[in-house]
Structures are given as structure tokens and as C-alpha cells.
Design a protein around this ligand. Structure first.
Ligand SMILES: Nc1ncnc2c1ncn2[C@@H]1O[C@H](COP(=O)(O)OP(=O)(O)O)[C@@H](O)[C@H]1O
Ligand SMILES: N[C@@H](CCOP(=O)(O)O)C(=O)O
Length: 308
């Protein structure tokens, strides 16, 4: 008699660029670069296989964050798997500011939820994964796609993640310059001060609100004026040689705006034309500062994590 095949689920999850300049820990956009997560229930043990980005460094034991979040989803669904086999095929560079950890966690959570009969809602998945990640700005667009505005609302000892999606901008391209060195988000967060001047907080409140307006109304002139930040980029500049000059070169070559992608070190420029010139200017300027980088032209991605 032939044995029934173990159930396998495949999930595809987009990369994300968080902050979008001033929207620290709040704004994020999904991009068309993907990680694939394949999860299979097995008779015993936990096995991890990794291909592509991070294959040399991502843990293959029970500390792997995809496995950890998958087991938490099983547990919250009232199930204990005898074993799980995980295959990760990664296109998103690791520790570069393109949301690799959020994509990995969202992929693991969505795959486990599917194998458990989808007992948890998208909102529950959002909150579980944000619990692992610490902030929702990559997690929400990785899960829902598009541009997403998120906030963590604390009520007593409980915190809720509120998120609202804006459809991705039509005709917009994101040119990313990805340096050849990693920068762990934790390290880039440790560079931030405990307090900021009141006028800088006001600066960011106004710019973040305007960035959201620009995306809602596809107002690219506005975006070019308001995508600036005083809360995190100035403090991270020393971690990324040439950052300010690369921003200036991208704008000079025709980009509407250029900012840090997430916690960096990737720099991202938004443009509707001259994308080849923008990529070249970013690469050459980084090179003048001794930084080798790879450039990619990406599109905003309308959909988030998908079971395929
Ligand atoms: N596909 C993956 N599978 C498992 N763990 C991953 C994966 N991608 C990233 N990680 C974990 O996340 C860490 C990088 O996260 P982080 O520093 O937040 O950078 P990023 O900006 O890429 O999210 C890696 O060192 C690794 O531990
Ligand atoms: N708001 C976070 C975003 C981190 O994004 P990542 O892609 O670098 O993990 C921050 O700026 O620290």
C-alpha cells in the first residue's frame, strides 16, 4: 500500500523597505523581490535547508526564526507537530535593510497557519510576527503588500498592531543600491539616541504625514519635497560611508527622493524615469567612498505573502 504524502505548503513573501524616510517604525512598502518558504509536517525532528541568500549564515537548527515562529503558530493553534521540514529559498539579501527577517517570519507563520487549517486570522499573524520582529513596519507590508502605515497601540499590558494599506504607487520604481557588507538591524538601532530635539520630532511628524498624502494622491512633486528624516538617518550616517553623497547623486540623476532602506545599509531611490542613470550614479558614488554595491530596479508589489 502506498503511504500518503506528508502535507507540504509553499509560501512566497515579498521584500520590504521600511521607514520610507521619515516614517520610522511606521511606514513600509512591499517590493518585487521574494523569499520562498516550504514547510512539511514530518514524523519526527526539525530539519532546515537553506538555498540562495544567507545560505552560508542562516542557522539550520532549532534557533532558526522561521522554525521558531512556525512552532509558535502550531502551539497557538493547539497542535504539536511531531516534526517539521523547512526549505528556505531566499532572494532577499540578509541584513541589508530589505526586510529579510520580516519576510522569513511572515513566511513561516503563514505556512504553519495553512498547515494548521488557518485557525489564526491575518491580524493574529501580524501581531505574532511583530512580537518577534519588535516593530511592524516591515511585517505589515510583507503580509499585506502595498504601502502600509502601522502603529503599535498599548492598552494596559496588551498591545495591538493597527495597520492600513495604501495601494502601491503606479509607475514608481525603486532603485536599490545594496552594499556588499551586512548591517544588523539591532546594531543600526543601537546607534539611535534615547531622546531627540522637539523640533526634529515636529519635522518628522509633518514629513511622515505628507509622505502618506503623497502616496494616497500619487503626488510625486510632493513626495520629492517631503521624503526627509531627522530621527534615524543622521545617526546612522557613520555606519554607511558615502550615504549623503549617494542621496545627492541619485537626486541629481533624476530620482524624486533617496533615503535609507529600513535600517540600511541599502539606500533606496524612488524614480519614475531615468532609472538606469540613477542606479549608475548611486553605484559610482558609493564606489568613490570605497563601498562596492549591487544595484537593482524593483517595483512596488501589490500583494503580500501568498500560499502557492
Ligand atoms: N530566510 C531567513 N531564514 C531564517 N533567518 C533569517 C532569514 N533571513 C534573515 N534571517 C535572520 O534575520 C537576521 C537579519 O535580520 P535583520 O538584521 O533585521 O536584517 P534585515 O534588514 O535583512 O531584516 C539574520 O541574521 C538571520 O538571523
Ligand atoms: N524601522 C526599522 C526598520 C528596520 O528594517 P530592516 O529591513 O533594516 O530590518 C529601523 O529603522 O530600525
Amino acid at each position: 500500500m502506498r503511504q500518503a504524502a506528508s502535507p507540504t505548503v509553499r509560501v512566497i513573501v515579498p521584500a520590504t523597505t521600511a521607514n520610507l524616510g521619515p516614517g520610522f517604525d511606521s511606514l513600509g512598502m512591499a517590493l518585487d523581490l521574494y523569499n520562498h518558504v516550504e514547510l512539511t509536517e514530518t514524523g519526527e525532528g526539525f530539519v532546515v535547508d537553506v538555498e540562495g541568500e544567507g545560505a552560508a549564515t542562516i542557522p539550520r537548527n532549532e534557533t532558526n526564526i522561521v522554525l521558531r515562529v512556525a512552532r509558535q503558530v502550531y502551539s497557538l493553534s493547539g497542535r504539536t507537530p511531531a516534526g517539521l521540514k523547512l526549505k528556505l529559498i531566499n532572494e532577499i539579501p540578509v541584513a541589508r535593510g530589505l526586510g529579510s527577517s520580516a519576510a522569513a517570519l511572515v513566511g513561516g507563520a503563514v505556512a504553519a497557519n495553512e498547515l494548521c487549517g488557518n485557525q489564526l486570522s491575518d491580524q493574529e499573524i501580524l501581531e505574532i510576527v511583530t512580537g518577534f520582529e519588535g516593530h511592524p513596519d516591515n511585517v505589515a507590508p510583507a503580509l499585506f503588500g502595498g504601502v502600509v502605515v502601522s502603529a503599535m497601540i498599548a492598552e494596559g499590558d496588551r498591545s495591538e498592531v493597527v495597520s492600513r494599506k495604501i495601494p502601491p504607487p503606479y509607475g514608481m520604481r525603486a532603485i536599490v543600491a545594496i552594499p556588499d557588507f551586512p548591517l544588523a538591524t539591532k546594531k543600526a538601532r543601537n546607534a539611535l539616541p534615547a531622546q531627540v530635539p522637539f523640533k526634529d520630532a515636529v519635522f518628522n511628524v509633518s514629513r511622515t504625514s505628507m509622505v502618506i498624502m503623497a502616496f494616497i494622491h500619487n503626488d510625486w512633486d510632493l513626495l520629492g519635497k517631503v521624503m526627509e528624516d531627522r530621527l534615524h538617518q543622521p545617526y546612522r550616517e557613520t555606519l554607511i560611508p558615502g550615504m549623503g553623497d549617494v542621496f545627492a547623486a541619485a537626486r541629481e540623476a533624476g530620482a524624486l527622493a533617496a533615503v535609507l532602506s529600513g535600517a540600511g545599509p541599502t539606500l533606496i531611490a524612488f524614480a519614475r524615469e531615468n532609472t538606469v542613470e540613477v542606479a549608475k550614479a548611486m553605484e559610482e558614488t558609493f564606489a568613490r567612498h570605497g563601498v562596492a554595491c549591487m544595484t537593482k530596479e524593483l517595483k512596488p508589489c501589490a500583494v503580500g505573502a501568498k500560499v502557492i
